[in-house]
Design a protein around this ligand. Structure first.
Ligand SMILES: [Zn+2]
Ligand SMILES: [Zn+2]
Ligand SMILES: [Zn+2]
Ligand SMILES: [Zn+2]
Ligand SMILES: [Zn+2]
Ligand SMILES: [Zn+2]
Ligand SMILES: [Zn+2]
Length: 1758
């Protein structure tokens, strides 16, 4: 590939050429020339190709520097006429800073909007402005920016209140706007003008240049080489993977390079992937195109000459430069705007700005971003030019949108997305409507792009291609633009505005006409439909238009003339649509009860019917507005009310409602799911406002203008029920319809639905204009009905309420008046509960209830009533009054036809069975009767005012039926039904009705006789109520007495039971306090009252050692725990841990070479063992595990699913509690020890042990040498008396116990070191001791931090786990090679008693003393077993404890005495003695370290007060851990002082551990023995080294680790994350910034750029981080998602609720709601506790078991 090498000037030559260049001279020259553009172009033509694009790899820093020197600098000189820095500084002084903040948002940056003051939700503030604004005290919304857009601070139109933050508050002096140009000289203006026009033109020319191989005139460079780039362009069609794969093939690059190319292409929109001669680049291009052409569209690749690319690079740079330079001066900014918008030679729309916009879709992403930014910082920041720009934008609107339809880039990088900046400014929007007819333009453009219509001109979305679907998605953005334009309603209307709005309204009606009746359906009979028809597109359109329709209505409502005109237009459009209303349909006449009506024969179940009726619905709402605004009463003459044909108006909405009823009745089953979905959305909160709700209003509109009897007959006819009720013998329905049960069932449902509809038509009055209500009443009622179902969280309520275009439901204004807030606990969320007094608003037939809601609400309400001891009847509520226009609707209740229907149903219900009526039907009838009565009562109450007593429902229902024969009246029927046994459930309601009737009758009589008063009606009712109350009280009292009696009986029975089983109870009580006292009796040293856990005087289990019985959870058999019996095991989970690490920077150990014998005091890696405490036989467990394994293998063969546990790694779920486990711990009995009275003291013992060590060491050496055949240096050493080197003790354990000892040991080794299992490895016992030590230490820390006593507060499972873990650790040596364990002991012992023969022993500063103590104690049996001299293990344990304690004292004195001198104090008595002795020890240490040296590390102290306190605090955790250890090892009960918190812990601990409470005595009492040890410890080279580099030293006590501190306000985190850039791809924004809660590191998660390799697999940044930071376990906060992430290993993870809550006590995972979030400390502490308890993995396991979808997520890529 030699051809690639290109000739290029050497850098030095380039430099020298450039060095001679003078910007000042060049600028001076330019001042002289006549043709400046030509001269500047010549300059650019010469230099640009020399700076940019000289090789395959661009070098941005270098290029930018040169560009600054050679290209920008002369321009700046020219512009300023002097040294640019001086000139620009002067300009800056004269600058009037814009009052707009204009901060452009980065991706992921937090933005704030005030829900009270923002003109619309697109008005946002940056964090800085927000914090300095009044809105931070308001109800605000917080979101993260998707990039683009800017801060609206300072825009007075954007905010109803507080438009400025403190920083952007304008000075009062310059409130009047000056012309910015007035500040600078005319020459300067001219020069600036020149420069800007040349450079802007250059940039525009280059960016819109579409030739790959030549340059615009004047820019051709004389010397052009054969240098090309193969440029790859971005599209949204191809995936990352496709691009990466193709590039690897085409340009032979590595995967890594390909990823980097792809990332850049995605970010910048293009990237050169090859550099070389034309041929070479062309070749790559053809490979790429060939490889990708199989997909929909090949990747776009172009071979471009390097000089073209170079000029384009500089063009971008030049635009950025312009943006920078205008920032310093509003004058320059204005000139730039002027230049940009100046009309070009081609006339209209030919300015540079126009050119850029119109070429937008042809430019690559990077170029678009740069020029959009420039627009934002220039045109949009200048109030005058913003308007001019908006006009140009509007003029080009149709063109731009058409381009965008074809553009394959997202809208954020399209110039069309600037519409939000222009259209949301109300004055600009208003101007564009009037001047540019923008509304009409947008709507027409929209309609044009949706041009697939059927014969009737309706939209048709069947046969809908992918291409069209794409376009359909795009075209929806136009609706967004329309919304921006309409979002702020005019307060004043000009004639021009009226004219243009109505023109737009016309266009809008045209759009709705295309939707009226679209997607019609026909009932399928016989066969099921073959293909589900497309329905989503139509509903998407409807949903998107919902807000627009509402806004149109609000515009109309704001001006009477507009409303009248709009109403007329809408009516004529509707009439036009349905001129063929009766086409083909036969006219018929219906008659009932002596009423006749003309209508048509039409069956929903047979003809076409459509759910989409936007025109009808718009007219319905305009009609309600006529009423609401009172236009209908003020200007009736201007309204076409007489032209209205009520039957025509209701026809289509009624058909739609009937369709729903028939679907409910199951008549449309064969039409499939698409219809079910449509019906669902029709009622859904997202659509119902402009669908179902409006259909109902239209029925009300129609019915209010019709005879109610006619209305009901048409209703029945459309429900196809007319024949049932109209036939003369309709009351004997049963006889006729026996034939078909299904039909009966169907008709029953239809009757129910129809009755419900009548209830709604009469009862739904909560729309302003229909009833006399405010909009807040409407919301209140919605909330009340939601809360009647059950208490709800804020977000649930929000979801149940329709949002307006500002995403507001208006709930906050009224919620407190109807609900009480209940705060959340540590889990769960805050809930709103209905105020009891609001329950009376409950309406069982609330129109927004689904059937399920209805029955839930009914049940809940009845329950509450019963609990309050009230009647459980749910009568209809008192309703607001209708507005006059709708007032006649109440007559439906008392019209003849309705009464006939009610009577018929009541008549049917007389018969208990037969299925010809349903209970729901009856319930609805009773409700309707109730409504009539309530209505009449209300009329009576208010009749004193208007004397309107024409409504006389009671009279009507008392009259007998009119049909032949003496049919009884409704009232009579009810009285009969009251006693019908089969209607028990409805008795309450019937009784209520009858009581109401009686009460009304009395009222009427009173009014008739006496002057009517409100109170009479009331008092009447009140007496009734009082009586009720008394009755209820009596009943409640009786119930109480009954309860008490039962209770008494029960407690009597209990007493009896206890008496009978007395022995049993006593036994268990005795057993409870048996342990300490009775066992002490058996103890050999029973005279010793103190409890001691270690040493010869320790507590011993009694001679009759208590047997421990356990039950296997698998076979339920009881089993005694014995060393020689069947092994019992505990399910356990072993994991690596860094929870206690004091050094997270320590790199992970190399598992093969690491020697874990000595734990470093930083505890950087440990092995934790936990258990759920469930016990099994080892053989039962083995069988269970094998079964799990087999099942898993089958499952994996069948389908590749993950499970929450990894069988191959030995994982399983506890068979009882499903807790994740990966091994089992064997249960062992306490070891029996005896102790002879004659035991060696410390010095004797030390002597003997040293001799034993010597002998062992040489014996080992001899053995090694014998094997190695090297007999040179083995010195012979005779062992001390009674020490038999070749003795092999008998193993006391049964084979199954041994097997389990090996199993658990190997598992601990495998997990702890991350190695393959090898039971022979010498490190197996070490890992077991380590895990025991680490687990005890971590539990000790937990107890401290949770402020719990050391003993008695652990849950059983932990207690059992620690006990079995400790006993196991003391036994695990028996299954290892004894020689190995002995040599471990030799080395451990050498750390305390230095031994020249043993090397590689760390100094005492580098040893964790608790681990040392524990390992010594646990490895010693392997040595002790050789001894037959009668030395006891207890003696050894005590001596180990004493020695290690002294070593720890020294360690603490060396490391943990703070530098700063505190107040020294003098103490008296015993304290005094301790202080003096510690002081002495300290000074001895100073001596050993050498006086000169130690000065800097150990300062001199005069008194021990401070020292003693430091020592005590430092050593306490060690003592506590030791106490736990010996407790579990030896089984000694702990003294009561340690079962409680408080003073005395120290003394109790020391006593329990058989230590003097002045620990230094250990040293003082054996000074001659200790002194040489001390000296040798201090002389270890490691000590000096450690003290010199003090920083790395670990101090004691080690502080507990906590999760990082989080800010109180969540937005602080978002802000922090928004400035975080991906560490790998140089300054890029990270898509998923994720915070490690353990160490505070921010990571770039879920992204290609930060993937790395771990153990041969690609893993994401989080997984990689957990391996270093958390030994595989990680806790993260995904900042953009507001979500906690738990990870364990590579395959496990789950999401967890974040510790941030909004004011309503709810989390916001995904940040969708945008309520301000604040840290909830309790929840954060809960997460922290999970972590510190090592329960993260367990938590993940439970989450994955509960939610299988979590298992499928690729956690390792996060
Ligand atoms: Zn701002
Ligand atoms: Zn501001
Ligand atoms: Zn505000
Ligand atoms: Zn068993
Ligand atoms: Zn369990
Ligand atoms: Zn971390
Ligand atoms: Zn990254």
């Amino acid at each position: 590939m030699a051809a690639v090498e290109t000739v290029r000037e050497s850098p030095s030559a380039l430099c020298s050429d450039f060095l001679n260049f003078s910007a000042k001279d060049t600028a001076a020259n330019w001042l002289q020339v006549s043709n400046l553009p030509q001269e500047v172009y010549r300059h650019l033509a010469c230099y640009v190709p020399k700076i940019y694009c000289l090789g395959p790899n661009l070098n941005p820093q270098n290029e930018d520097l040169l560009a600054q020197l050679l290209l920008q600098s002369p321009l700046e000189w020219y512009l300023c006429g002097e040294e640019p820095s001086m000139g620009l500084a002067k300009l800056e002084q004269g600058n009037q800073p814009s009052q707009l903040c204009g901060h452009v948002f980065k991706v992921g940056e937090p933005t704030y909007s005030c829900r009270e003051c923002a003109a619309d939700p697109t008005c946002v503030l940056c964090m800085q402005c927000f914090l300095g604004s009044v809105h931070k005290e308001h109800r605000y919304r917080m979101t993260t920016s998707g990039g683009g857009g800017f801060c609206d601070c300072g825009d007075t139109e954007a905010w109803k209140k507080g438009p400025y933050c403190q920083k952007h508050e304008p000075n009062i002096s310059d409130t009047f706007q000056k012309d910015p140009l007035a500040n600078i000289s005319a020459e300067m203006i001219a020069r600036t003008y020149n420069v800007f026009s040349i450079i802007l033109k250059y940039a525009v020319d280059m960016l819109t240049w579409d030739k790959d191989d030549e340059l615009p005139e004047g820019l051709e460079s004389p010397a052009r080489g054969d240098m090309y780039y193969c440029m790859l362009f971005n599209d949204e069609v191809h995936t990352y993977e496709q691009v990466i794969y193709t590039l690897q093939k085409a340009v032979n690059c590595t995967q890594k390079e390909a990823v980097s190319f792809a990332t850049t292409v995605d970010r910048d929109g293009r990237k050169s992937v090859r550099f070389g001669d034309f041929q070479f680049c062309e070749q790559a291009k053809s490979v790429i195109v060939r490889n990708t052409s199989r997909q929909t569209k090949p990747l776009r690749v172009e071979v471009m000459h390097s000089s073209v690319v170079a000029h384009q690079c500089f063009a971008l740079r030049a635009l950025t430069w312009l943006g920078q330079i205008i920032r310093s001066s509003d004058a320059l900014r204005r000139i730039l705007c002027q230049v940009g918008l100046q009309q070009g030679l081609e006339g209209e729309n030919s300015s540079l700005v126009d050119t850029l916009m119109l070429c937008d879709s042809k430019m690559w992403k990077g170029a678009r971003n740069v020029y959009h930014q420039l627009f934002m910082s220039s045109l949009l920041m200048d109030p005058k030019y913003k308007k001019l720009f908006a006009i140009q934008f509007a003029k080009n609107y149709r063109c731009l949108q058409t381009d965008f339809m074809e553009d394959d880039h997202e809208r954020v990088v399209s110039v069309t997305s600037l519409s939000v900046q222009l259209f949301t400014t109300p004055t600009v929007a208003r101007m564009l409507i009037t001047e540019e007819n923008l509304m009409t333009t947008i709507i027409r453009t929209f309609v044009d792009h949706l041009r697939h219509q059927d014969l009737q001109g309706r939209f048709q979305f069947e046969r809908y291609t992918a291409q069209q679907a794409f376009k359909f998605r795009r075209v929806q953005s136009l609706i967004g633009d329309l919304k921006y334009v309409l979002i702020s309603r005019p307060t004043e209307w000009s004639d021009k505005l009226r004219e243009k709005f109505l023109e737009g309204f016309d266009a809008f009606l045209e759009l709705l006409k295309c939707m009226q009746g679209m997607d019609p359906v026909v009932r399928q009979v016989g066969q099921h439909i073959e293909m589900e028809p497309e329905w989503e597109a139509a509903f998407t359109l409807q949903m998107k238009l919902t807000h627009i329709i509402s806004m149109m209505q609000e515009w109309c409502a704001s001006d009477k003339r507009v409303l009248i005109e709009a109403y007329k237009k809408c009516l004529s459009a509707l009439t036009h649509c349905h001129s063929g209303f009766t086409d083909g349909e036969q006219p018929i006449i219906l008659s009932m009860c002596g009423h006749f009506v003309d209508t048509i024969r039409y069956c929903v179940s047979q003809e076409k019917v459509s759910i989409h009726l936007p025109l009808s619905r718009l007219l319905a709402s305009l009609h309600a507005l006529l009423s609401k605004t009172e236009v209908a009463y003020q200007f009736p003459e201007q309204l076409p009310l007489s032209e209205l044909s009520p039957p025509m108006l209701i026809e289509h909405p009624l058909r739609c409602l009937v369709l729903c009823a028939q679907v409910h009745a199951g008549m449309w089953r064969r039409n499939g799911f698409s219809l079910v979905n449509q019906i669902y959305y029709y009622h859904n909160v997202k659509c119902r406002v402009e669908m179902f709700d409006k259909d109902l209003i239209m029925l009300q509109v129609g019915a209010s203008m019709m005879d109610p009897n006619h209305f009901l007959m048409i209703l029945m006819s459309r429900f196809e029920l007319y024949h049932i009720f109209s036939a003369p013998d309709y009351r004997k329905r049963s006889s006729r319809e026996n034939a078909n049960k299904d039909v009966v069932q169907q008709n029953n449902t239809l009757i129910e639905e129809m009755l419900h509809l009548v209830i709604m038509v009469v009862g739904e009055r909560y729309t302003a204009g229909v009833g006399q209500v405010e909009s807040s009443d409407e919301i209140k009622r919605e909330i009340v009905h939601q809360l009647c179902i059950r208490p709800m969280a804020h977000s649930e309520l929000v979801k149940a309420l329709p949002e307006n275009e500002n995403k507001e439901t208006g709930m906050e204004r009224v919620i407190d008046s109807v609900a009480l807030f209940k705060k959340p606990g540590v889990t769960g969320r805050g809930l709103y509960k209905l105020r009891p007094e609001c329950a009376k608003m409950f309406n069982l037939y609330f129109h927004h209830y689904s059937r399920a809601d209805q029955s839930k609400a009914e049940e809940a309400q009845r329950k509450i009533k019963r609990q309050n001891g009230e009647d459980s009847v749910l009568p209809p509520p008192v309703l607001p009054r209708f507005c006059p226009l709708f007032a006649s609707l109440v007559n439906i209740l008392q019209c003849d036809v309705l009464l006939a229907i009610l009577g018929a149903v009541l008549q049917w219900s007389m018969e208990p069975s037969g299925g010809h009526w349903s209970e729901s039907m009856l319930q609805r009838v009773l409700h309707l009767i109730g409504m009539g009565l309530v209505e009449e009562q209300q009329h009576l109450i208010s009749s004193s005012e208007d004397h309107d007593t024409s409504f006389n429902f009671t009279l009507k229902i008392s009259r007998p039926g009119e049909s032949p024969g003496n049919t009884p009246s409704i009232l009579a029927l009810l009285e009969t039904l009251q006693n019908a046994p089969h209607l028990e459930v409805y008795k309450d309601m019937i009784r209520w009705i009858l009581k109401m009737v009686a009460s009304i009758k009395t009222t009427r009589e009173c009014t008739a006789s006496a002057p009517p008063t409100d109170s009479s009606g009331h008092s009447q009712e009140e007496t009734v109520r009082d009586k009720d109350k008394a009755e209820r009280k009596r009943k409640a009292e009786m119930a109480r007495l009954r309860r008490e009696k039962i209770m008494a009986q029960m407690s009597e029975m209990q007493r009896h039971f206890i008496n009978e089983n007395k022995e049993l109870f006593q036994q268990s009580l005795e057993e409870l306090d048996v342990s300490p006292s009775s066992s002490l009796e058996h103890s050999p040293s029973s005279c010793d009252s103190a409890l001691v856990c270690v040493g010869p005087r320790r507590w011993r289990a009694g001679g009759s050692e208590r047997r421990q019985m356990v039950t296997c959870i698998l076979c339920q058999e009881e089993q005694e725990i014995r060393a020689d019996g069947k092994a019992m095991v505990l399910a356990a989970f072993v994991q690596r841990s860094t929870v206690m690490s004091k050094n997270r920077k320590r790199p992970p150990h190399n598992p093969d070479k690491y020697d874990p014998l000595f734990m470093h005091p930083d505890l950087s890696f440990g092995t934790h063992t936990g258990s759920c405490g469930h016990i099994m036989h080892s053989h039962c467990w083995q069988r269970y595990f094998e079964a799990v394994q087999a099942k898993e293998q089958r499952r994996q063969q069948r389908l590749r699913v993950h499970t929450s546990y990894d069988v191959e790694n030995g994982e399983f779920l506890c068979p009882l509690c499903e807790c994740l486990s990966n091994t089992v711990i064997p249960l062992l009995p306490l070891t029996k020890t005896t102790c002879s009275s004659d035991q060696p003291d410390l010095s004797q013992w030390l002597n003997i042990t040293s001799l034993q060590m010597k002998a062992l060491h040489s014996a080992h050496k001899k053995n090694n040498c014998a094997e190695g055949a090297d007999t040179g240096s083995a010195e012979d050493c005779s062992p001390p008396h009674g020490f038999k080197l070749d003795y092999t003790p008998k193993n006391p354990y049964s084979s199954t116990v041994k097997e389990m000892l090996t199993t658990f040991g190997t598992a601990t080794y495998k997990v702890g070191l991350k190695v393959h299992p090898n039971e022979q490895d010498p490190r197996v016992p070490i890992m077991c001791w380590g895990s025991c030590g680490y687990t005890i230490q971590s539990i000790e820390r937990l107890l401290v931090d949770e402020e719990k006593p050391l003993f008695g507060s652990l849950p059983c499972r932990q207690d059992d786990c620690l006990s079995s873990l400790t006993r196991f650790s003391s036994a695990c040596w028996t299954v290892s090679s004894h020689t190995t364990v002995q040599s471990h002991f030799i080395r451990l012992f050498a750390a305390l008693v230095p031994d020249s023969r043993v090397d590689n022993i760390p100094c005492i500063l580098d040893i964790d003393m608790f681990h040392l103590l524990l390992s010594l104690v646990l490895s010693h049996p392997a040595v002790l077993c050789l001894d037959s001299s009668g030395m006891s293990a207890d003696t050894a344990q005590l001596h180990f404890l004493h020695l290690v304690t002294v070593a720890h004292l020294v360690q603490i004195l060396l490391t943990s005495i703070p530098e700063e001198v505190r107040m020294e104090q003098e103490s008296a008595g015993a304290e005094r003695e301790e202080e003096e002795s510690v002081c002495m020890l300290y000074n001895t240490l100073r001596t050993h370290l050498g006086r000169g040296l130690c000065f800097s590390w150990l300062r001199e102290v005069s008194s021990g007060w401070h020292l003693w306190r430091c020592v005590k605090a430092g050593i306490l955790p060690y003592l506590r851990a030791a106490a736990l250890f010996f407790h579990y090892l030896n089984g000694a009960p702990a003294p009561p002082e340690l079962h409680a918190l408080g003073a005395g812990e120290w003394e109790a601990l020391c006593g329990y551990l058989c230590l003097p409470s002045n620990l230094v005595q250990l040293y003082n009492n054996n000074q001659e023995l200790m002194e040489p040890l001390l000296q040798r410890w201090c002389s270890h080279p490691g000590v000096l080294q450690g003290l010199q580099t003090r920083a790395a030293l670990i101090g004691f006590p080690r502080e507990s680790n906590y999760l990082i501190e989080l800010p109180e306000d969540y937005s602080a985190l978002i802000n922090q994350a928004s400035s975080f850039t991906c560490p790998k791809s140089g300054g890029d924004k990270s898509r998923a910034p994720t915070l490690c809660l353990v160490c505070g590191a921010m990571l770039c998660s879920q992204s290609y750029c930060c993937q790395s390799e771990l153990e041969g697999e690609d893993v994401g940044a989080c997984t990689a981080h957990t391996f270093a930071c958390g030994a595989g376990v990680g806790i993260f906060l995904r900042v953009r998602e507001s979500q906690v992430l738990f990870l364990a290993g590579k395959t496990k993870g789950c999401f967890y609720a974040p510790p941030y809550l909004d004011d309503y006590g709810e989390t916001d995972q995904g940040l969708r709601r945008g309520n301000p979030l604040h840290l909830c400390q309790e929840r954060y502490r809960k997460i922290q506790k999970l972590w510190r308890q090592h329960s993260i993995t367990e938590e993940i396991g439970h989450a994955q078991e509960a939610n299988q979808t979590l298992v499928g997520i690729d956690w390792q890529h996060l």
